[in-house]
Ligand binder design. Structure first.
Ligand code: GLN
Length: 199
């Protein structure tokens, strides 16, 4: 049977991720209910608003099944709010966001602050090849702590001049980006996830 890539379709950039999955050569399946989650082999968690998604996960009765699938090793790719859901914790703590701990990172929400609320930048990402990756940041988080098993894939300079911040990372079959690859025509992040998921 074909490998099925799900897109969590409760809120946020669902259509954009589905289009990027198609462009990368797979057929996406939208996941809104527990039966739909049970039918996919891997899952993309889009950007949007992590507190809203946390509420919608509970309302749609996906919150616990999603935790079970992630603990069971389901490959997952989270962008922005999706990264927040896959992280081990948010710092400072915020009980309004669920953090599944699929990747051993702590993240700061809305980390870039008001002055650079949204911005775009070309990132150097050796994992994707020599061409820089254009990245769209929208009220983005950054990684404040990464465990030893986590591979940083890209960093950006911090607006306050402190050390560069990790904005893309992977651990096992979990991929996270603080920005929105689904808003660009660059499908390399989705292609990377498909190859991680199928491995
Ligand atoms: N600031 C949002 C949050 O905390 C994330 C923004 C995004 O996904 N574009 O959930």
């Amino acid at each position: 049977m074909a490998f099925r890539i799900g897109v969590l379709a409760l809120q946020g950039g669902v259509a954009e991720h589905a289009a990027a999955v198609r462009a990368a050569g797979a057929e996406p399946a939208l996941v809104r209910r527990p039966e739909e989650l049970a039918g996919v082999d891997a899952l993309i968690l889009p950007g949007g608003e992590s507190t809203a998604m946390t509420k919608l996960l509970a309302i749609s009765e996906l919150a616990e099944p999603l935790g079970e699938r992630l603990r069971g090793g389901m490959p997952a790719f989270g962008s922005c709010a999706g990264l927040i859901l896959l992280a081990a914790e948010v710092d400072p703590p915020d009980a309004r966001t669920r953090n599944y701990g699929a990747i051993d990172i702590a993240v700061r929400r809305n980390a870039f602050g008001r002055q650079v609320d949204s911005f775009e930048e070309d990132l150097d990402v050796p994992e994707l090849g020599p061409e820089p990756a254009h990245a769209v940041f929208i009220r983005a988080p950054w990684v404040v702590r990464a465990g030893p098993g986590v591979q940083s894939l890209a960093t950006v300079a911090a607006p306050d001049g402190s050390e560069p911040k990790i904005v893309a990372a992977k651990q096992g079959n979990i991929l996270v980006t603080a920005f929105h690859p689904e808003l660009t025509a660059d499908i390399r992040w989705h292609a990377l996830f498909l190859s991680m998921a199928r491995a």
